[in-house]
Design a protein around this ligand. Structure first.
Ligand code: PGA
Length: 261
């Protein structure tokens, strides 16, 4: 067992308006309490759309809930003339602990490159927001067996220009694109293979303290009934969960199964 804290992060994607967000977080908090889970066992994070964050902040801070929250994206730019963008400093003011960067849906829908992802990581770190960097291969790359090289290259390029001190605390999410929202889950062995390869690469480039402390998540169709198996490897420190995080009680059940593994 590693001493890295188990992290379960629910990426709501473009689901739930701010009213639905309030009721989802309330139900999640109650269900976690019923399940007798607390921050000594795991860290639970919700990642709602931008328009929900203020409501989520008010609820979590007002009710002193132990949940953390974050955003799904961030601008590479400082505040200024960038229509439609959201600055890291705004997320910081809203109390965001985390921000997802480089999610495969943004890489596909918005043509995000590793260079842009690196710039977003820089913007987040400058505001002391922890990036959750998403990397992972397509089905074609897996079939060609180039998945490890491809994913490690995404890691290298997304972290280009940072040193170990800057990257302390960063979270890496291995999310094979073919497993996201498809019901196809990588096997526990697939998740373990990549998590181990990512940790080895961090060790090689940044040294063993960073490699040993960095949390590596798996994401892609994680559900209550497969989370324990996915977390079977010592190198997998948690999950980035999409669909199964949209219901408070369901996400709490998933967290419980993860803690019990
Ligand atoms: P999913 O999404 O759990 O719905 O497959 C995971 C993700 O995209 O983070």
């Amino acid at each position: 067992m590693s001493d890295r804290t188990l992290l379960l992060a629910g990426n709501w994607k473009m689901n739930h308006d701010h009213l639905e967000a309030i009721s989802t977080v309330q139900k999640l908090a109650w269900a976690l309490e019923d399940a007798k889970l607390d921050e000594s066992q795991c860290e639970v994070v919700v990642i709602p759309p931008f328009t929900d964050i203020r409501s989520v902040q008010t609820l979590i801070q007002g009710d002193k809930l132990w949940l953390r929250y974050g955003a799904q994206d961030v601008s590479r730019h400082a505040p200024g003339a960038h229509t439609g963008e959201i600055a890291a400093s705004f997320l910081s003011r809203l109390g965001c602990t985390y921000v997802v960067v480089g999610h495969s849906e943004r890489r596909a829908d918005n043509h995000e490159t590793n260079d842009l992802v690196a710039a977003k990581i820089k913007a987040a770190l400058a505001q002391e927001i922890t990036p959750i960097l998403c990397i992972g291969e397509s089905l074609e790359q897996r079939q060609e067996k180039t998945h490890v090289d491809f994913t490690l290259n995404q890691l290298d390029e997304s972290l280009a220009g940072f040193d170990a001190a800057a990257l302390e605390g960063i979270v890496i999410a291995y999310e094979p694109v073919w497993a996201i929202g498809t019901g196809e889950t990588a096997t526990a062995a697939d998740a373990a293979e990549m998590a181990t390869a990512i940790r080895a690469r961090l060790d090689e480039k940044y040294g063993s303290p960073l490699a040993a402390s960095t949390r590596i998540l798996y994401g892609g169709s994680v559900k209550t009934d497969n989370v324990a198996e996915i977390l079977g490897s010592d190198d997998v420190d948690g999950a980035l969960v999409g669909g199964a995080s949209l219901s408070g009680p369901d996400f709490a059940a998933l967290c419980k199964a993860a803690v019990a593994k």
